[in-house]
Design a protein. Structure first.
Length: 302
């Protein structure tokens, strides 16, 4: 007898049950925390949440690390305060405070999508907390960044609301397969559609639209991002879903490589949501970089 597929609600309930809630500045915040050992803090982008990192975190747990991913305000299972400042800069400060509440004194940082600029600001401001930085499909030159075609409607009033309303259990799976992964056969339809329900929830995605209309493109913020990837205080690497049609390796991977002064970009066979089908490759590279920190500084306390 074929195994009955879980409903979207069941998938989300299981996800919620595997995580924890805590408060940051009075905001009820959700996080996944798997394992013990050195913390690896993974920042999500849009339109995702910690849900995207489940497989990566489990793999890190098996390798002896504590995998952590926090739902930013307005996303996933965290609260969506009406008056919250959904700017990259403020979200970076929020994640820093959240890490302190979770007692992550020092951690390896993994960033993806809009979690890139947010994580770069966090790392630049608190370099003493960062043990290593792993960059997944994102961008660093915020001044010259042009949103991919699929992101542009959301920055427009009325059009963005209409586009968000059209994102449903019928349309999202098509986009997920075209933009997110190469092989979706190991991901159930309910798991794919959980992204939609986790995005919209009680505010119907209003927080998401606020963030999409609040990208920081100033030269000052770019300087902060550059400082993070050029830091001499921790090692940096980039891992790319080589078939990403929106944040292309040839453009944004090359940009990261040049600005960070990297010898290479590690590529994995995937599209934008590489955490969903190339999680083992990501976890392996994160752990390799983490181990290199101690090889270079054998007497330095983690």
């Amino acid at each position: 007898m074929a195994k009955k597929e879980k409903t979207v609600s069941e998938v989300i309930r299981e996800h919620e049950a595997s995580g924890t809630y805590f408060e940051v500045d009075g905001i009820k915040t959700f996080a996944l925390k798997y394992g013990r050992g050195e913390p690896v803090l993974c920042l999500h982008g849009v339109p995702t949440s910690s849900f995207l990192y489940q497989k990566v975190l489990r793999s890190l747990e098996k390798k002896g690390y504590k995998g952590v991913s926090i739902d930013m305000p307005g996303f996933g299972l965290s609260e969506r305060p009406e008056g919250f400042d959904y700017s990259f800069s403020n979200l970076a400060d929020f994640i820093y405070k959240a890490a302190k509440v979770l007692k992550l004194k020092k951690f390896h940082l993994v960033v993806h999508d809009v979690g890139g600029p947010i994580g770069f600001a966090l790392a630049a401001r608190h370099a003493n907390r960062i043990m290593s930085l792993t960059i997944l499909n994102t961008w660093v030159d915020v001044v010259n960044f042009k949103k991919p075609v699929v992101m542009r409607p959301f920055e427009k009033r009325v059009l963005g609301e209409a586009e968000l309303k059209m994102m449903s259990h019928l349309t999202w799976p098509v986009m997920f397969k075209q933009m997110g992964v190469i092989n979706s056969s190991r991901i159930s339809l309910s798991e794919i559609n959980a992204y939609v329900d986790l995005l919209k929830r009680e505010d119907h995605g209003k927080a998401f639209l606020k963030l999409m209309r609040n990208f920081d493109s100033s030269e000052g913020f770019r300087d902060l991002c550059y400082k993070a990837v050029q830091s001499k205080e921790y090692p940096v690497q980039a891992i790319w879903g080589a078939n990403d049609p929106s944040l292309q390796l040839e453009t944004y991977g090359k940009e990261i490589k040049e600005v960070a002064g990297l010898k290479e970009i590690h590529t994995l066979r995937s599209r934008h949501f590489l955490q969903e089908e190339a999680w083992l490759g990501i976890a392996d590279k994160v752990v390799d970089l983490a181990k290199s920190v101690h090889l270079k500084n054998p007497k330095k306390e983690a």
